[in-house]
Ligand binder design. Structure first.
Ligand code: CP3
Length: 352
């Protein structure tokens, strides 16, 4: 028999995500699982990145590793934004970032992309989600599922690998707009199927990673980013899970991002949260400590973290970094950060 867990008060994370100004900011960290943790590196020694992602027991284990060290308010599924793409017929390798050996640039390649049924996209992800939820049963810790935004997935598929400026992709959007839209259409449908599947399997929030949206000027983002993000996020509406949207280096796009149907906007470190708040009066803000601060000594971490917490006080706030944990971060520094956030009362008077 399947025991139904007793529903207690919704978790601090979910309260903040749905717009409540909570007394303490819930926290989790992008890339909280990964190479800065020795226990991650130990698994990585015997399994490739794809093996870790495709073996539900390993993916679940790595997802839970940071939670054994730190009292975080959310787990993020260990996977990658590229995970659903092989089901379309694209070969993806990791070295350590994604590599697409045959970048998609011709009509024939884009027409050949398959659109698999939800159950066929990544069944191992559904199983990993179920395993993590089982482990978290009875705890307030929420499991966040995620996917890549169509524009960011297309960036890797067309460029072929990580790059400083992604100039091949930026030229492609202007040279082959119809082909770009055809690709984005397919990626939108795939992403929607994939993310709905994650919610059905037990993901309690969804983050859409549009990591490379900031490469583009507002008009290009309005044409190739915004409409597809809107479709993905709208398609996740009504499922009972809060939707988080992240773009990096994208402050110039905030007036457009404010049009997206989501509850939470994740903010990088380039602007302070009190400056960003004006763009998003009806959203929860997530962020935004510069991940590089975690390389500095504990006293600096405490000081900078409190700055972020104070700047976040004008409305609902989920504490996070402005981008992922850097590989050389000492785990003790993360422990210190978590302590500072947990001790900060957002409702109390200013304390130095
Ligand atoms: C752009 C992007 C990718 N993947 C992802 C994004 C969006 C987030 C962002 O903007 O950083 C998303 C992602 N990738 C990974 C996670 C795991 C969950 C978590 O945040 O803890 C998440 C949420 C694991 C990973 N994905 C990857 C690793 C490193 C693999 C290794 O151990 O060698 C991990 C832990 C590989 C990967 N995959 C990608 C890159 C650029 C890299 C190399 C990054 C690096 O060197 O850290 C593409």
């Amino acid at each position: 028999m399947n025991a139904t867990p007793i529903q207690t008060t919704p978790s601090l994370f979910l309260r903040a995500a749905w717009g409540e100004d909570t007394p303490r900011a819930p926290l989790w960290l992008m890339r909280q699982a990964g190479r800065y943790l020795p226990e991650y590196r130990a698994i990585k020694e015997r399994a490739s990145f794809w093996e870790m992602v495709r073996t539900p027991e390993l993916a679940a284990e790595v997802t839970l590793q940071p939670l054994r060290r730190f009292p975080l308010d959310a787990a993020i599924l260990f996977s990658d934004i590229m995970t659903p793409l092989p089901a379309m017929g694209v070969a993806v390798a990791f070295n350590p970032g994604p590599v697409v050996a045959e970048p998609l640039r011709s009509p024939a390649q884009i027409e050949a992309l398959r659109l698999p049924e939800a159950a066929e996209v990544a069944p191992f992800v559904a199983e990993a989600i179920r395993l993590v939820r089982r482990e978290l049963q009875g705890r307030e810790t929420v499991l966040i599922g995620f996917g890549g935004a169509p524009l960011t997935l297309a960036t890797y598929l067309v460029q072929g690998a990580g790059s400083k400026d992604y100039e091949v992709f930026r030229a492609f959007l202007r040279q082959e707009p119809a082909l770009a839209h055809r690709l984005l259409e397919k990626l939108t449908e795939l992403t929607l199927r994939y993310l709905r599947m994650q919610v059905e399997a037990g993901a309690q929030a969804i983050q859409l990673f549009d990591s490379w949206a900031g490469l583009h000027d507002p008009q290009t983002y309005r044409t190739f980013g915004l409409p597809y993000n809107r479709r993905v996020l709208e398609g996740l509406g009504g499922l009972g899970v809060p939707r988080i949207y992240l773009a990096v280096g994208a402050s110039h796009l905030y007036p457009l991002i404010a049009e997206l149907p989501c509850e939470v906007v994740s903010v990088d470190w380039r602007m302070s949260l009190d400056q960003v708040r004006g763009f998003f009066p009806n959203h929860t803000l997530q962020g935004n400590l510069d991940p590089a601060v975690l390389l500095a000594p504990p006293a600096v971490i405490a000081q900078e973290t409190r700055k972020v917490l104070r700047a976040g006080r004008g409305g609902p706030h989920i504490f996070n970094l402005g981008h992922g944990v850097i590989r050389t971060t000492p785990p003790e520094h993360v422990a210190h950060l978590v302590e500072v956030v947990q001790q900060f009362n957002r409702w109390q008077e200013e304390s130095a």
